[in-house]
Ligand binder design. Structure first.
Ligand code: PEP
Ligand code: MG
Length: 314
């Protein structure tokens, strides 16, 4: 039975024929990191650092950040940890990082853009991360959110490497970045698709508006096309391409993402067992066949139905 299969599956994520897909956790702080470390997963694919910056009048000091980052890195010792630099703005308000009122905060000075006005915030965070990495004997991967152009990716990479960060990446969560994925990949070591914001910006649909949920469906063909386009750019460069948005937690969509050439899936830890089982019961060729059929669908419903049908056909 599915339950018996689930109970016996352990270790690194892989398809039935052994193609590896790293299964990673999204975490928001030390408590999450400790909980994730106790689980059978390969590390953390998205450490959201915002919690340290929210609900306060000024940014945390380098020393305060250093202590917190160390408490995230230490429990996961020996495993991959991808730290995202501050993603302030819109759904994550941080007034001292984005001081001017804006009519459209989701389209405003947010994410990496806040470093245009407050480069000190980014420098301090990278400094704290480098110190914490040395304290913990860890080599975290570090990525920037809300990158739109290859030039921004290049600037971020220069700054992060100057601070001694060994693995530098960016999130692909703006359609412009997906369309220029190859140029961006030539500047950084890896990218991670943030499907929540990528859906929001592709469909011009506020991710917080429940009424727009049908447009924000991760099975929407336009979103899948952008993911497929980015994955192809990744395969051409042989650099890692992850997914860390909600799409990664859907077991059926995980098969599609794997078939498209994604290397790692990062999700709420509770979703890992079902994604692991889905992968373990399909070969990489199954995943590729499902992905190819899904890309031919004209609607989200048709895409999901196509995958459901093929995933259940032996
Ligand atoms: C995303 O946008 O998909 C993402 C992973 O980041 P966040 O949800 O924190 O914006
Ligand atoms: Mg995002």
């Amino acid at each position: 039975t599915a339950r018996a299969a689930r109970a016996t599956q352990r270790g690194p994520g892989r398809t039935a024929d052994g193609h590896p897909i790293a299964l990673l956790a999204n975490v928001g702080g030390p408590a999450d990191a400790e909980a994730a470390a106790a689980l059978d997963l390969e590390g953390v694919g998205l450490f959201r650092t915002e919690f340290l910056f929210l609900d306060r009048a000024e940014a945390p000091t380098i020393e305060e950040q250093r202590r917190v980052y160390r408490r995230v890195l230490e429990p996961l010792h020996g495993r991959k940890v991808v730290v995202r630099t501050l993603d302030a703005g819109a759904d994550k308000p941080v007034p001292y990082a984005c001081p001017d009122p804006e009519d459209n905060p989701a389209l405003g000075v947010r994410g990496l853009r806040t470093a245009w006005r407050r480069p000190d915030l980014l420098r301090d965070q990278l400094e704290a991360l480098a110190l914490a990495a040395a304290d913990a004997g860890a080599t975290p991967w570090v990525m920037a959110p809300m990158v739109a152009t290859a030039a921004e990716a290049a600037d971020f990479a220069t700054t992060a490497r100057r601070h001694g960060i060994a693995k530098v990446g960016v999130m692909i969560e703006i359609p412009a970045a997906a369309l220029r994925a190859a140029a961006i990949l030539s500047e950084v070591d890896f990218v991670s698709l943030g499907t929540n914001d990528l859906a929001q910006y592709t469909f011009a649909a506020d991710r917080q508006l429940g009424a727009l949920a049908p447009l924000l469906d991760p099975w929407q063909p336009a979103l899948l096309d952008l993911i497929a386009f980015t994955a192809r750019a990744g395969q051409a460069t042989a650099k890692p391409i992850g997914v860390c948005g909600e799409a990664a937690s859907d077991p059926l969509l995980a098969l599609v993402l794997t078939g498209l050439g994604i290397d790692s899936l990062s999700m709420a830890p509770v979703s890992v067992p079902d994604v692991r089982t889905a992968l373990a019961t399909h070969t990489i060729d199954d995943c590729r066949e499902i992905a190819a059929a899904v890309l031919r669908a004209d609607t989200a419903a048709e895409a999901r139905a196509t995958a459901t049908h093929l995933a259940h056909t032996p």
